[in-house]
Design a binder for this molecule. Structure first.
Ligand code: CMP
Length: 231
Protein backbone atom coordinates (compact mmCIF):
# COMPACT_ATOMS: atom_id res chain seq x y z
CA UNK A 1 0.00 0.00 0.00
CA UNK A 2 1.19 3.54 -0.64
CA UNK A 3 0.16 6.76 1.04
CA UNK A 4 -1.01 8.97 -1.81
CA UNK A 5 -3.55 11.37 -0.36
CA UNK A 6 -6.65 11.59 -2.58
CA UNK A 7 -7.27 15.28 -1.83
CA UNK A 8 -3.66 16.14 -2.79
CA UNK A 9 -4.09 14.10 -5.95
CA UNK A 10 -7.29 15.98 -6.86
CA UNK A 11 -5.61 19.33 -6.21
CA UNK A 12 -2.48 18.51 -8.24
CA UNK A 13 -4.02 16.77 -11.26
CA UNK A 14 -7.21 18.16 -12.87
CA UNK A 15 -7.88 14.72 -14.43
CA UNK A 16 -8.77 13.39 -10.96
CA UNK A 17 -10.60 16.49 -9.73
CA UNK A 18 -14.17 15.30 -10.25
CA UNK A 19 -13.67 11.57 -9.95
CA UNK A 20 -15.89 9.63 -7.56
CA UNK A 21 -14.19 9.43 -4.13
CA UNK A 22 -14.83 5.67 -3.74
CA UNK A 23 -13.27 4.97 -7.13
CA UNK A 24 -10.28 7.16 -6.38
CA UNK A 25 -9.69 5.33 -3.09
CA UNK A 26 -9.76 2.01 -4.96
CA UNK A 27 -7.32 3.36 -7.52
CA UNK A 28 -4.75 5.02 -5.26
CA UNK A 29 -3.18 1.79 -3.95
CA UNK A 30 -2.22 0.96 -7.54
CA UNK A 31 -0.57 4.33 -8.18
CA UNK A 32 3.11 4.98 -7.67
CA UNK A 33 5.03 8.18 -7.07
CA UNK A 34 8.16 8.45 -9.20
CA UNK A 35 10.94 11.02 -9.20
CA UNK A 36 13.23 11.80 -12.15
CA UNK A 37 16.31 13.98 -12.37
CA UNK A 38 16.62 16.75 -14.92
CA UNK A 39 17.62 15.31 -18.30
CA UNK A 40 16.20 11.80 -17.72
CA UNK A 41 14.58 9.87 -20.53
CA UNK A 42 11.31 8.52 -19.13
CA UNK A 43 10.73 6.46 -22.27
CA UNK A 44 11.84 6.39 -25.91
CA UNK A 45 9.72 6.62 -29.02
CA UNK A 46 9.02 3.04 -30.18
CA UNK A 47 9.27 1.51 -26.69
CA UNK A 48 6.50 -0.72 -25.47
CA UNK A 49 4.31 1.31 -23.16
CA UNK A 50 2.62 0.10 -20.02
CA UNK A 51 2.20 3.20 -17.90
CA UNK A 52 0.53 6.59 -17.93
CA UNK A 53 2.27 9.52 -16.16
CA UNK A 54 0.56 12.40 -14.35
CA UNK A 55 2.97 15.28 -13.70
CA UNK A 56 3.01 16.41 -10.06
CA UNK A 57 5.83 18.91 -10.53
CA UNK A 58 8.40 19.90 -13.15
CA UNK A 59 8.43 19.91 -16.92
CA UNK A 60 8.67 17.20 -19.57
CA UNK A 61 9.58 17.55 -23.23
CA UNK A 62 7.76 15.32 -25.72
CA UNK A 63 9.66 14.93 -28.97
CA UNK A 64 10.06 12.81 -32.04
CA UNK A 65 13.34 12.46 -33.92
CA UNK A 66 15.36 10.75 -36.60
CA UNK A 67 19.16 10.39 -36.56
CA UNK A 68 19.71 13.99 -37.65
CA UNK A 69 16.87 16.08 -36.26
CA UNK A 70 14.42 16.41 -33.46
CA UNK A 71 11.08 18.19 -33.31
CA UNK A 72 9.56 18.98 -29.96
CA UNK A 73 5.82 18.30 -29.99
CA UNK A 74 5.05 19.73 -26.57
CA UNK A 75 6.36 20.85 -23.24
CA UNK A 76 4.11 19.37 -20.55
CA UNK A 77 3.94 20.67 -17.04
CA UNK A 78 2.34 20.30 -13.60
CA UNK A 79 -1.15 18.79 -13.74
CA UNK A 80 -0.83 17.40 -17.28
CA UNK A 81 -0.44 13.75 -18.27
CA UNK A 82 1.27 11.76 -21.02
CA UNK A 83 1.81 8.16 -22.11
CA UNK A 84 -1.89 7.36 -22.51
CA UNK A 85 -1.75 6.74 -26.27
CA UNK A 86 0.21 3.49 -26.12
CA UNK A 87 -2.21 2.21 -23.48
CA UNK A 88 -5.27 2.46 -25.68
CA UNK A 89 -4.63 -0.75 -27.60
CA UNK A 90 -2.32 -3.70 -26.93
CA UNK A 91 0.67 -3.67 -29.28
CA UNK A 92 0.85 0.12 -29.67
CA UNK A 93 4.27 1.59 -28.95
CA UNK A 94 5.29 5.02 -27.67
CA UNK A 95 4.57 7.64 -30.33
CA UNK A 96 7.25 10.02 -29.00
CA UNK A 97 10.09 10.27 -26.48
CA UNK A 98 9.53 11.83 -23.04
CA UNK A 99 12.52 13.60 -21.45
CA UNK A 100 12.59 15.72 -18.30
CA UNK A 101 13.60 19.39 -18.65
CA UNK A 102 13.72 19.84 -14.87
CA UNK A 103 13.52 17.47 -11.92
CA UNK A 104 10.09 15.85 -12.23
CA UNK A 105 7.74 14.10 -9.83
CA UNK A 106 4.95 12.05 -11.36
CA UNK A 107 2.19 9.68 -10.36
CA UNK A 108 2.06 6.60 -12.55
CA UNK A 109 -0.62 4.04 -13.27
CA UNK A 110 -0.30 0.72 -15.11
CA UNK A 111 -2.24 -0.19 -18.23
CA UNK A 112 -4.74 -2.58 -16.59
CA UNK A 113 -5.57 -0.12 -13.76
CA UNK A 114 -5.93 2.76 -16.22
CA UNK A 115 -8.18 0.67 -18.47
CA UNK A 116 -10.36 -0.30 -15.49
CA UNK A 117 -10.72 3.40 -14.71
CA UNK A 118 -11.71 4.21 -18.32
CA UNK A 119 -14.34 1.46 -18.25
CA UNK A 120 -15.77 2.17 -14.79
CA UNK A 121 -16.07 5.95 -14.70
CA UNK A 122 -18.22 7.31 -17.48
CA UNK A 123 -16.65 10.80 -17.30
CA UNK A 124 -13.15 9.53 -18.00
CA UNK A 125 -13.54 8.97 -21.78
CA UNK A 126 -14.86 12.57 -22.04
CA UNK A 127 -11.90 13.90 -20.06
CA UNK A 128 -9.52 12.02 -22.33
CA UNK A 129 -11.32 13.24 -25.44
CA UNK A 130 -11.25 16.86 -24.27
CA UNK A 131 -7.55 16.74 -23.56
CA UNK A 132 -6.86 15.00 -26.86
CA UNK A 133 -8.81 17.68 -28.73
CA UNK A 134 -6.82 20.40 -27.00
CA UNK A 135 -3.63 18.65 -28.11
CA UNK A 136 -4.94 18.32 -31.64
CA UNK A 137 -5.68 22.04 -31.71
CA UNK A 138 -2.10 22.76 -30.62
CA UNK A 139 -0.71 20.26 -33.14
CA UNK A 140 -2.74 22.00 -35.88
CA UNK A 141 -1.25 25.33 -34.80
CA UNK A 142 2.20 23.77 -35.01
CA UNK A 143 1.48 22.54 -38.57
CA UNK A 144 0.26 26.05 -39.47
CA UNK A 145 3.39 27.66 -38.03
CA UNK A 146 5.75 25.23 -39.76
CA UNK A 147 3.96 25.72 -43.08
CA UNK A 148 3.22 29.43 -43.15
CA UNK A 149 5.51 31.31 -40.74
CA UNK A 150 9.13 32.26 -41.18
CA UNK A 151 11.57 31.18 -38.46
CA UNK A 152 11.50 34.53 -36.63
CA UNK A 153 7.71 34.46 -36.32
CA UNK A 154 7.74 30.79 -35.30
CA UNK A 155 10.16 31.68 -32.51
CA UNK A 156 8.13 34.70 -31.39
CA UNK A 157 4.92 32.67 -31.38
CA UNK A 158 6.58 29.87 -29.35
CA UNK A 159 8.04 32.34 -26.85
CA UNK A 160 4.65 33.99 -26.34
CA UNK A 161 3.01 30.57 -25.85
CA UNK A 162 5.66 29.57 -23.32
CA UNK A 163 5.15 32.86 -21.48
CA UNK A 164 1.41 32.26 -21.32
CA UNK A 165 1.61 28.58 -20.39
CA UNK A 166 4.42 28.49 -17.83
CA UNK A 167 5.58 32.07 -17.34
CA UNK A 168 4.90 34.46 -14.50
CA UNK A 169 3.91 38.02 -15.28
CA UNK A 170 5.81 40.79 -13.51
CA UNK A 171 4.39 44.20 -12.60
CA UNK A 172 5.95 45.83 -15.68
CA UNK A 173 4.07 43.38 -17.97
CA UNK A 174 7.11 41.25 -18.81
CA UNK A 175 6.98 37.44 -18.52
CA UNK A 176 9.63 35.32 -16.84
CA UNK A 177 9.83 31.68 -17.89
CA UNK A 178 11.09 29.80 -14.85
CA UNK A 179 12.85 27.02 -16.78
CA UNK A 180 16.27 27.16 -18.34
CA UNK A 181 16.00 26.84 -22.09
CA UNK A 182 18.85 26.59 -24.56
CA UNK A 183 18.97 27.87 -28.15
CA UNK A 184 19.06 24.22 -29.28
CA UNK A 185 15.89 23.39 -27.31
CA UNK A 186 14.16 26.41 -28.80
CA UNK A 187 15.36 25.36 -32.27
CA UNK A 188 13.84 21.90 -31.70
CA UNK A 189 10.45 23.42 -30.92
CA UNK A 190 10.32 25.43 -34.17
CA UNK A 191 12.01 23.01 -36.59
CA UNK A 192 14.99 25.29 -37.35
CA UNK A 193 18.78 25.10 -37.13
CA UNK A 194 20.36 26.20 -33.86
CA UNK A 195 22.53 28.81 -35.63
CA UNK A 196 19.47 30.48 -37.17
CA UNK A 197 17.69 30.56 -33.82
CA UNK A 198 20.76 32.02 -32.10
CA UNK A 199 20.95 34.87 -34.65
CA UNK A 200 17.27 35.70 -34.18
CA UNK A 201 17.48 35.57 -30.37
CA UNK A 202 20.54 37.85 -30.40
CA UNK A 203 18.63 40.28 -32.62
CA UNK A 204 15.60 40.20 -30.27
CA UNK A 205 17.96 40.75 -27.32
CA UNK A 206 19.62 43.71 -29.08
CA UNK A 207 16.17 45.22 -29.58
CA UNK A 208 15.54 44.64 -25.83
CA UNK A 209 12.46 42.54 -26.54
CA UNK A 210 13.71 39.40 -24.81
CA UNK A 211 16.46 38.49 -22.40
CA UNK A 212 18.00 35.02 -22.38
CA UNK A 213 20.90 35.51 -20.02
CA UNK A 214 21.78 32.50 -17.83
CA UNK A 215 19.51 30.47 -20.16
CA UNK A 216 16.54 31.94 -18.30
CA UNK A 217 14.10 33.58 -20.62
CA UNK A 218 12.31 36.87 -20.03
CA UNK A 219 9.88 38.35 -22.52
CA UNK A 220 10.55 42.02 -21.88
CA UNK A 221 7.91 43.48 -24.22
CA UNK A 222 5.32 40.82 -25.03
CA UNK A 223 2.95 43.36 -26.59
CA UNK A 224 5.56 44.40 -29.19
CA UNK A 225 6.36 40.74 -29.89
CA UNK A 226 2.63 40.15 -30.48
CA UNK A 227 2.48 43.12 -32.88
CA UNK A 228 5.52 41.80 -34.76
CA UNK A 229 3.67 38.56 -35.46
CA UNK A 230 1.09 40.44 -37.50
CA UNK A 231 -0.85 37.25 -38.41
P1 CMP B 1 2.43 7.60 -25.94
O1 CMP B 1 2.34 7.41 -27.41
O2 CMP B 1 2.08 6.47 -25.04
O3 CMP B 1 3.91 8.12 -25.57
C1 CMP B 1 4.28 9.42 -26.02
C2 CMP B 1 3.29 10.40 -25.45
O4 CMP B 1 3.49 11.74 -25.80
C3 CMP B 1 1.88 10.09 -26.01
O5 CMP B 1 1.46 8.83 -25.51
C4 CMP B 1 1.14 11.31 -25.58
O6 CMP B 1 0.80 11.23 -24.21
C5 CMP B 1 2.22 12.39 -25.76
N1 CMP B 1 2.08 13.08 -27.07
C6 CMP B 1 2.21 12.57 -28.31
N2 CMP B 1 2.02 13.51 -29.24
C7 CMP B 1 1.77 14.66 -28.59
C8 CMP B 1 1.51 16.01 -29.00
N3 CMP B 1 1.45 16.37 -30.29
N4 CMP B 1 1.29 16.92 -28.03
C9 CMP B 1 1.35 16.59 -26.72
N5 CMP B 1 1.61 15.34 -26.27
C10 CMP B 1 1.81 14.39 -27.19
Amino acid sequence: MNSIDTSKLRAAIPFFKDLDQGLLEQLVPYMREESYRKGSIIFHEGDEGNQIFFIRSGMVSIYTSNKAKRITLAYLTKGEYFGEMALMQPGLTRSATAETLTAVKAYTLHRADFQRLVEKERNVPFLLLNYTMERLRKANNQIYDLTFLNVQNRIIRRLLELGKEVGTMREDGSYVIPVKITHQQLADTVGAARETVSKIIIDLQDKELVDLSNKKLTLLKPEILTEMLNI
